[in-house]
Design a protein around this ligand. Structure first.
Ligand code: FDM
Length: 212
């Protein structure tokens, strides 16, 4: 029997403040894994291409206003609309590198003052990541990198508050990388962590659900 063909993919989530390097590192990780012959795709949330994603995008660029609870539920709905495809990909053996997930959902909304348990509730039943890597950077350092694009949330005081909430959410499945290190070092650490995770998923680690 060729067990390889039955091996499932891994769900890998990258989290971190704006300008922590998530998007660049997702790209590098994608090429690294693909280069080693692993089936892999890179995803991101919000997925701005869906109908819900377009509402989110308009909100983020300040073109529309929404009540804090409403936008929270839209971000969650945006993950739910991708859940079955996500599961199918993992089961078919494709690993997914996901730039932001439910942790962004909770950290950003709770930073506005919404109750953390209320924020978690709509995430229950989404697929749980096999690995969450937090790219750790002090908010001041992230702000110095510049290039806050002027979207809602891209402000230092708010980012500090988000950072506090991320720390409250971190659990045993999280790994931290110092995002102030040179890009190549972050890339190398990330690749090693992810390869371990991909291997344990291939060996039959079951897919689980949020929120434990
Ligand atoms: N964001 C992202 C949320 O507030 N909730 C969520 O569930 C997600 C996935 O949207 F400021 C915020 C985080 C960020 C903004 O993200 C857009 P990108 O990564 O800059 O596109």
């Amino acid at each position: 029997i060729n067990h390889q063909s039955e091996a499932r993919g891994a769900l890998i989530v990258l989290e971190g403040l704006d300008r922590s390097g998530k998007t660049s590192q997702s790209g590098r990780l994608l090429s690294n894994l693909a280069g080693l012959g692993y089936p892999v795709e890179s995803w991101r949330f919000p997925d701005r291409d869906t109908a819900v994603g377009k509402m989110i995008s308009s909100y983020l660029s300040n073109k529309s206003q929404l009540d804090d609870h409403t936008i929270h539920l839209l971000f969650s709905a945006n993950r739910w609309e991708k859940r079955s495809l996500m599961e199918a990909k993992l089961k078919s053996g494709t690993s997914l590198i996901v730039d932001r997930y439910s942790y962004s959902g909770v950290a950003f909304s709770a930073a506005k003052g919404l109750d953390i348990e209320w924020c978690k509730a709509p995430e229950v039943g989404l697929l749980a990541p096999d690995l969450v890597v937090y790219l750790d950077i002090p908010p001041e350092k992230a702000a110095e990198r510049g290039g806050y694009g002027g979207e809602r949330y891209e402000q230092l005081e708010f980012q500090k508050n988000v950072a506090r909430h991320y720390k409250m959410l971190s659990d045993a499945s999280w790994k931290m990388i110092d995002a102030c290190l040179p890009m190549e070092d972050v890339e190398k650490q990330l690749k090693e962590m992810v390869l371990d995770c991909v291997t344990s998923c291939q060996k039959g680690k079951p897919i689980s659900q949020l929120w434990l």
